[in-house]
Ligand binder design. Structure first.
Ligand SMILES: Cc1cc2nc3c(=O)[nH]c(=O)nc-3n(C[C@H](O)[C@H](O)[C@H](O)COP(=O)(O)OP(=O)(O)OC[C@H]3O[C@@H](n4cnc5c(N)ncnc54)[C@H](O)[C@@H]3O)c2cc1C
Length: 680
């Protein structure tokens, strides 16, 4: 057994001994008459130390902005029966009631949006372009996401996708006509990009639009079944209008994908002539969103309905665009997706927080097995294995929270010069965060045992509700390819021009690489400079490998595109390495804003984040960045860090600030919750 494993064993024995004495004192009058007293719930706080850091300071850092506003949104929800579904003792639980039909969930979701509208919450969201409004909007989405994904997505499709398309792809005439009524929810917008035959490959969509100069109208058509619009959020029941993405054919020439405004339903909810709509039906989650399929039968819309910020068609039918390069033009039409991608990336971290808060609180109140006769059963979190399952995920969630705040700030304060870094970073972080979220929810579900499967307790249900994060707004695998392609292009171009790397945090490649000391002592392993250099070493190594593999294939006559596709393993690893290095830089920035005990606990979390990533990722060993012996030292250090963070576990999840009402009952007195008195 390694030194730290035996340390862990002693720590468990010590803690178990203390608890045994504590319980013996507390329960002695009962146990005298009753040798096997029933389980009594004890709050998790009893089994953790007092907070060593200021939880409100930590929450400010984690949320990054509008903490009080988030609480006021949550309180607004908790004050209404539209959101609350159970009260037990003095606890209120606000969760969507999943024991309803799909239709009821959809209606409730719309009612909840209208509730927020009635409170004036959306005012200025699209008509005021200040940073403060953008951040307030983000605060609401993050709060809604901890309550119900359907609510956040149904509103997100209307605001970010439909509203965002009008904002970014439209011009003044569209802004004047649509933004205010969108904000007021007088129209209900959706976003019809994906088709049955083409999702990730938007360029391949088959919907066709032509222009008729005699009436100055565009004619939108679904020429075949694979061109039917598919998965369109809001289309099945509630949307009145949509943005249709379509190939634009002018004088027989395909000018590529363009976006048009098209009405789907009249004021009475009847589907407009020339439009056919079908329901996508029941899904594994997200059933509060009415996803639909749309066919356009040569539907005519006025010329003004082309969102013409990127390109226009004159009344007599001439195509005009300031962007001559079709690739760049296509990129410009994808702009609305970025805000959705940033929102999804950030919100994924909040659901991981719900899972971890629940599982860690439960692990501090649930016992299983005694280590010796007459000893109390051991708390789940006192098992080193249980800690090892949850605390590295906690450290990653902290690290990713800081990166999420940085990403959001970069996005809301963007200048045109930031577009590339925003595209690459939001793609990488959306993939890494949403994968992390699903992995965390699964681990938390299992860590709660059977209780994790109960919908009331939320964790298990959230997996199904949030699974779609991995697929929409860019499939994660496809996004990761885009990240590594962008990095590779920059690297190859800098090499060709004999210039240093610049931007996206890649400047480290211009300097010497880290030489890893053979003897990785604890102080080296916990040193932030070493940790950053370790991540940089992996990133530069993978970039060099990918570049030389692709170059070698190209020199043998393979096309560049084929060479990149067949190097997919290196490309995926590089996307991960880039994202994890960026996340670490955000952690370091957050740490710099703190002092004293907050800095100390963040240092432990940062070390656990880096070392558990190094422990889990095969790349470090596969390409020889670490030797097996060094890798073993890292594993040992991960276990030690889990032990050191254990006494602060409940404080660390409290600092997430997830409202009590949004957590499942197993995060609280689950014995009382399940007692006969509460059976109704
Ligand atoms: C619940 C839900 C809501 C949605 N809402 C909307 C909406 O409101 N509006 C809208 O327009 N769309 C919406 N979508 C569609 C969504 O954006 C697409 O599903 C997504 O883009 C993926 O496309 P696809 O389903 O066609 O999968 P595909 O693109 O066919 O991908 C299938 C698999 O192939 C892999 N793959 C694809 N290309 C490559 C490649 N080049 N190399 C290697 N592997 C590859 C992917 O990784 C994936 O695993 C929604 C989808 C869902 C499920």
């Amino acid at each position: 057994m390694s030194e730290s494993r035996s340390d862990d064993g002693r720590a468990v024995a010590r803690r178990t001994g203390v608890l045994a004495r504590h319980l013996a004192q507390e329960l002695s009058p009962v146990s005298f008459f009753q040798p096997s007293p029933c389980l009594a719930y004890q709050p998790p706080e009893l089994h953790c130390d007092k907070s060593s850091f200021d939880k409100s300071v930590m929450r400010e850092l984690l949320d990054g902005h509008h903490v009080a506003l988030r609480d006021s949104f949550a309180n607004l929800m908790i004050s209404s029966d539209l959101f609350v579904n159970k009260r037990v003792g003095n606890l209120t639980f606000a969760t969507p009631n999943f024991n309803t039909t799909m239709e009821e969930h959809r209606d409730k979701t719309l009612d909840r949006i209208l509730f927020f509208r009635s409170k004036g919450v959306f005012k200025g969201w699209l008509t005021d372009s200040s940073v403060d409004h953008a951040l307030k909007r983000a605060a609401l989405f993050e709060t809604l996401g901890t309550f119900d994904h359907s609510l956040a997505i149904k509103l997100g499709v209307h605001i970010h996708l439909w509203g965002g398309a009008i904002q970014y792809l439209g011009t003044k005439r569209h802004h004047d006509k649509w933004l205010k009524i969108t904000e007021d929810y007088q129209v209900r917008g959706c976003f019809a990009m994906s088709e049955l035959g083409h999702g990730s490959n938007v360029r391949g969509i088959e919907t066709v639009t032509t222009y008729d100069p005699s009436t100055e109208e565009f004619i939108i058509d679904t020429p075949c079944e694979s061109a039917q619009k598919y998965w369109i959020g809001g289309a099945a029941q509630h949307a009145t209008h949509t943005i249709v993405f379509s190939q634009l054919l002018i004088d027989g020439k395909n000018e590529g994908v363009h976006a048009f405004v098209c009405q789907l339903r009249d004021q009475y909810g009847h589907v407009m002539p020339g439009i056919r709509i079908a329901d996508c039906g029941h899904k594994i989650g997200l059933n509060g969103v009415d996803n639909g399929r749309i066919w356009f039968d040569k539907v005519r819309v006025p010329r003004e309905n082309l969102l013409n910020a990127v390109a226009d068609v004159t009344p007599d039918g001439k195509y005009e665009s300031a962007i001559k390069d079709p690739d760049q033009r296509f990129g410009a039409f994808m702009a609305p997706l970025t805000s959705g991608r940033v929102t999804i990336a950030v919100s994924a971290i909040y659901q991981a927080k719900v899972g971890l808060t629940t599982a860690i609180r439960y692990a501090l109140t649930r016992r299983a097995f005694s280590l010796a006769p007459e000893q109390p059963e051991v708390l789940l979190l006192d098992y080193p294995s249980h800690r090892h399952r949850l605390l590295p995920l906690l450290a990653k969630t902290y690290a990713m929270s800081f990166a999420a705040v940085d990403l959001k700030n970069l996005y809301v304060r963007r200048t045109p010069a930031d577009s590339k870094v925003i595209h690459v970073l939001s793609s990488g972080l959306k993939a890494v965060f949403s994968w992390h979220n699903l992995r965390t929810l699964q681990e938390c579900r299992e860590a709660c045992g059977g209780q994790g499967l109960k919908t009331d307790n939320r964790v298990g249900q959230l997996k199904a509700e949030y699974d779609v994060q991995l697929t929409f707004e860019g499939d994660n695998n496809v996004l990761m390819q885009q990240v590594s392609k962008a990095l590779l292009a920059d690297y190859m171009s800098a090499k060709k021009r004999g210039k240093p790397m610049k931007g996206m945090g890649l400047e480290h490649i211009n300097g010497p690489a880290l030489v890893i000391p053979e003897d990785l002592t604890r102080s080296v392993l916990r040193d932030s400079k070493f940790q950053l250099a370790l991540f940089q070493l992996r990133e530069r190594g993978l970039l060099e490998l990918l570049s030389s593999q692709v170059s070698s294939l190209v020199s043998k006559g393979v096309s560049m595109a084929d060479a990149v596709i067949s190097s997919y393993q290196l490309a995926e690893d590089l996307g991960q390495a880039f994202s994890e290095r960026s996340i670490l830089e955000s952690v370091l920035r957050a740490e710099q804003q703190t002092t004293g005990s907050t800095k100390e606990v963040l240092g432990l979390l940062r070390s656990l984040y880096v070392l558990s990533a190094a422990d889990e990722g095969p790349v470090f060993l596969r390409y020889g960045y670490l030797l097996p012996k060094q890798s073993q030292l890292i594993s040992t250090e991960v276990a030690s860090l889990c032990g050191e963070l254990r006494p602060q576990a409940v404080n660390l999840v409290d600092a997430f600030g997830i409202p009590q009402a949004f957590l499942g009952p197993i995060a609280f007195d689950w014995v009382e919750y399940n007692s006969w008195n509460n059976v109704r």
